[in-house]
Design a protein around this ligand. Structure first.
Ligand code: SER
Length: 585
């Protein structure tokens, strides 16, 4: 089954089951607090919350769609088997319930019937369900239904894995059941505890998320029971397609094979990751431009600028010439134009062409400036080349290296970090909404709390191996040789939340690097520091007790009670001996 057939099969199936097929909404949501559409349910939020009448607007409480989605998290991870910026989500909904509506059992039966109709087997389906947490009870109803369905296994999971939503700070949400498909032993790690959400292999792939929307998360963060119950389901289309076509990755399915073989044909070098990045970013750019985004330095336009410049850079790495992307855009448009006729637009070429020209002017100017450099540069001088001419940061170093000119790396990277922090805050402030500009320093401070709490609970061998913040969560990589237990995760959360309650204060002191190290301030071994550094201390104002002390460029909040509550949403393997935590406040 090719991609067009799979989409059609899904929508036809649900239409036959009495669902109204609704076209995808735009990638740019009407809710200004969210940057992009990331899930099929977004266009139905108000109906799911019971604030609008689904029957009068759609003529049915049963809906189905294939939704264009875009996620900006983890752009750096594109190129592996499973990440994409643009992707599609198939879904069906039962909103509110008149006598014809369905809830958990109906949704489960429909999902099983559809999957079997396309050749998947129940005995290879492993189900994760919500096992209960805090005030929200275990989903016994779903568990009892699944038990009668002849599936392979049922695993109870916590809120971070099996409670979905809301998309924004407030909104409809609920416990969910996920269907994970066993692709077979050859895809597995062979461990005894291997199963859905395995940290070591991709044998089990989550294909369908069935959300039983029973709650509304309000502004105080409490879960109120909704007056109506809803079904909201979502299938990662690319994932299901790669299973149906027996491939490791969607990049090997008909969605991408034409574009990737064209890139290969033109390339002077072989680099599978670069082919995938170019193919993904071209597809993402085409759909963003179709949605009305134009390249800019902030918000959605910044994401588009980044995608275009990134695929051009990777094109250069493969030895591709100016305008190499033209046939690739054409192949992409042809692939999708029958499904989304709106993408067949000449302005897509015009906008990318202009951005490529702007980018090459920047590069020419930057190369000229660099050709005139004849002495080693301080980090600040090197960084000014970026600031003044917009020459890509990674190219400044590459070009100077070629000339045998060195720059002060420590200082350069510090300047880059400071700049990234400032531009991220700028972009988010401008954009507002989920994770505003003020959120970033908060997550930054929460990162210090996490680092310190991990060392206190797991031992002083824990060291920071990396970190990243976006507008929704912090990500923290640290050295530790095994998975954390649920008890350890809870201990870390409890410790941080108790400090938040205590209202510890945050102060900054400038000192020499030597003094900072002597004072016990933690440093990040990958970071290269200047002679004079800022040390941020989180401490109890009354007792003087210090909870955390780190060398860091900042910025931070001044009082951690502003964080309100800290929650770990994921703990997983990052690489050998390194764990990764994603957390929110
Ligand atoms: N809203 C859920 C998701 O995005 C199911 O559609 O996974």
């Amino acid at each position: 089954m090719n991609s067009n057939e799979l989409r059609k099969t899904f929508l036809d199936f649900f239409e036959k089951k009495g669902h109204k097929v609704v076209p995808s909404s735009s990638l740019l949501p009407t809710d200004p607090s969210v940057l992009f559409t990331t899930a099929g349910m977004q266009q139905f939020s108000l109906y799911l919350a019971g604030k609008k009448d689904v029957i009068s607007d759609f003529g049915s409480c049963h809906l189905a769609s294939c939704q264009k989605c875009f996620r900006t998290d983890d752009i750096e991870e594109i190129g592996d088997d499973t990440h994409h910026t643009f992707f599609e989500m198939l879904g069906n909904w039962s909103i509110g319930q008149d006598e014809s509506g369905y809830f958990k059992e109906g949704a489960i039966n429909l999902a099983l019937e559809f999957l079997e109709s396309i050749g998947l087997e129940r005995k290879r389906m492993h189900i994760t369900v919500f096992g209960g947490e805090g005030d929200i009870l275990k989903d016994d109803e779903a568990i009892n239904i699944w038990k009668t369905k002849g599936i392979a296994s049922i695993r109870e999971c916590s809120k971070k894995d099996n409670f979905w939503g809301p998309v924004s700070l407030t909104g409809p949400c609920g416990p969910c059941s996920e269907i994970h498909y066993d692709r077979g032993e050859s895809f597995g790690c062979g461990r005894d505890d291997c199963g859905p959400n395995c940290d070591y292999c991709k044998r089990y792939v989550e294909i369908w998320n069935l959300v039983f929307m029973q709650y509304f998360k309000n502004e105080s963060g409490d879960y109120e029971l909704l007056n109506q119950t809803n079904i909201d389901t979502g299938i990662g289309f690319e994932r299901l397609l790669s299973i149906i076509q027996g491939n490791n990755s969607a990049y090997d399915t008909d969605l991408f094979t034409d574009v990737i073989s064209e890139i290969k044909k033109m390339s002077l070098n072989e680099d599978e990751r670069a082919y995938r990045i170019i193919a993904d970013h071209i597809r993402g750019s085409v759909f963003l431009i179709e949605a009305g985004v134009i390249p800019a330095n902030v918000g959605q336009g910044y994401i588009l600028r980044r995608l275009i410049r990134r695929f051009i850079r990777y094109g250069n790495i493969l030895g591709l010439k100016k305008r190499f992307w033209v046939p690739l855009v054409e192949i992409t448009i042809n692939k999708y134009k029958d499904i989304y006729p709106e993408i067949n637009k000449k302005e897509i070429y015009d906008i990318i062409e202009k951005e490529e020209d702007r980018f090459s002017l920047t590069i020419d100017r930057g190369l000229k400036i660099i050709s005139e450099v004849n002495k080693d540069l301080s980090g600040k001088e090197a960084f000014d080349i970026y600031q003044t001419y917009g020459f890509p940061i990674e190219m400044i170093k590459e070009e100077l290296d070629k000339k045998g000119i060195s720059i002060n790396d420590k200082e350069f990277e510090l300047e880059v970090k400071k700049h990234q922090e400032v531009s991220r805050i700028g972009a988010e402030k401008k954009f507002g909404g989920v994770g505003t500009g003020e959120n970033t320093p908060s997550l930054h401070t929460a990162t210090h709390l996490l680092h310190s709490a991990l060392r206190k609970i797991l031992g002083e061998d824990v060291h920071q191996m990396g970190s990243d913040i976006n507008n929704e969560r912090l990500r923290f990589d640290f050295s530790f040789s095994r998975k954390m237990t649920p008890e350890e995760i809870k201990e870390v959360e409890d410790l941080i939340n108790s400090k938040i309650k205590e209202g510890l204060k945050v102060k900054k002191e400038i000192m020499s690097l030597d003094e900072a190290i002597k004072s016990g301030a933690l440093s990040f071994f990958k970071e290269k520091y200047p002679e004079e550094v800022s040390v941020w201390t989180i401490y109890n104002e009354d007792s003087g007790e210090i909870f955390s002390k780190e060398i860091c460029a900042g910025p931070h909040i001044d009082d951690i009670s502003k964080l309100k509550q800290f929650k770990i949403i994921k703990e997983e393997s990052s690489s050998s001996g390194v764990r990764r935590i994603k957390a929110i406040i």
